[in-house]
Design a protein around this ligand. Structure first.
Ligand SMILES: N[C@@H](CCC[C@H](N)C(=O)O)C(=O)O
Length: 299
């Protein structure tokens, strides 16, 4: 099965984008893993699949698969690349576009300066929305936010703090955000995977580490569920800004400095708007089943 693909990135968060409109694509976890493999495949943080919409109020359906093969609810940087892909491939010239994601419809607007603005859709701060099991945990109110104190395993943080204070945000997908003094020295590589797979998060979680620079500027690193640390995470940037505003640390708009570039986030009423770049890198074709067959069997 040979598929045409386009390699894209949004602030360094990289994607393989597939056109499931002109010919249907059967994505499986094994195919997504093989495509995303950085040594044996094409390499990507996520696979994006553009399909015909299944509801009348959307132009297309937009599906997202993490590098580990799991299908997820949302991807902010990917949403910007989705718009650029649809326009460049001639699938539609409409702007703004309405894209169906797992939890509803998001609105995407390619702006005159070559960037894309995404209205990110529903945001929820209830632990049950992630879901996160709060049984027996200490909580602390901070302005409009509730912080949850998650004990850390000594093995995950040798010599580090015994617990971490998390803001919980669901932007269709789940995020746990903590404030750190300096993102460069934050233990993202050790604590990120620990939080991602903590049993209290039944569907795992994206773990954000936010350094507040001033009331309109943060630095951010995100250990993404199913992909590891990425150069930028769009939904993670929105979650961090929402949490920072609710904690009384930030005011909208906020410039989010990631390792791959800057994302601009504004909170308008209840709605988070993210603006940032979307870049096409190259196109090609791939024999996906030959790729799957060439990979070592999973244990
Ligand atoms: N890179 C993304 C988020 C992709 C999905 C995430 N890893 C999850 O599992 O929820 C973004 O830009 O938002």
């Amino acid at each position: 099965m040979t598929w045409p693909f386009t390699k894209m990135h949004g602030a360094g968060n990289d994607f393989i984008v597939l056109d499931g409109v002109r010919s249907p694509i059967q994505m499986t976890a094994a195919r997504a893993r093989a495509l995303a493999d950085r040594h044996l495949g094409i390499g990507a943080d996520q696979i994006l699949l553009v399909e015909p919409a299944t509801r009348p109020d959307a132009d297309f359906r937009y599906r997202i698969f993490n590098a580990d093969g799991s299908e997820v609810e949302h991807c902010g940087n990917g949403a910007r690349c989705f718009v650029r892909f649809v326009h460049e491939q001639g699938l539609s010239s409409k702007n703004p576009l309405r894209a169906e994601i797992a939890t509803g419809v998001i609105v995407l607007d390619a702006t005159a300066d070559g960037r894309v603005t995404v209205d990110m859709g529903l945001t929820c701060y209830e632990p049950a929305a992630l879901p996160f099991d709060t049984t027996g945990l200490a909580s602390r109110p901070e302005h409009a936010d509730t912080l949850w104190e998650l004990p850390l395993d000594e093995a995950a943080t040798p010599g580090g703090p015994a617990s971490v204070l998390l803001s919980l945000v669901a932007i269709s997908n789940p995020h746990a955000v903590q404030v750190v003094d300096d993102v460069d020295t934050a233990p993202v590589g050790r604590v990120g995977p620990y939080i991602e797979s903590h049993p209290r998060f039944a569907k795992r979680v994206n773990a954000g580490f936010m350094q507040v620079v001033d009331r309109h500027t943060i630095r951010l690193r995100v250990h993404e569920r199913g992909a590891g640390e990425t150069l930028a995470c769009g939904t993670g940037a929105c979650a961090a800004v929402a949490a920072g505003i609710r904690r009384g640390l930030l005011d909208s708009p906020v410039a989010v400095h990631t390792r791959g570039g800057v994302l601009d986030i504004a909170l308008l009423g209840d709605s988070l708007r993210m603006t940032g770049p979307a870049t096409t890198v190259f196109s090609g074709t791939v024999d996906v089943d030959a790729l799957v067959a060439s990979l070592p069997a999973q244990p």
